[in-house]
Unconditional design. Structure first.
Length: 54
């Protein structure tokens, strides 16, 4: 693992926590984006725009 002095082992755990929170953030944002895009596409198919609208 990382080479640190025994009295500063919290550096390793800070790195581990940052990596873990980063992976959680990636998972969360991707899941949120999928839900938003699926609900937007489902809403567009159920409520088509009237003719002549922009």
């Amino acid at each position: 693992m990382l080479i640190v002095r025994p009295d500063q082992s919290w550096y390793s755990w800070t790195c581990v926590a940052g990596i873990g929170m980063g992976f959680f953030g990636l998972w969360f944002v991707r899941r949120r984006d999928r839900k938003i895009s699926s609900s937007a596409s489902a809403g567009a198919s159920r409520n088509p725009a009237p003719p002549g609208s922009p």
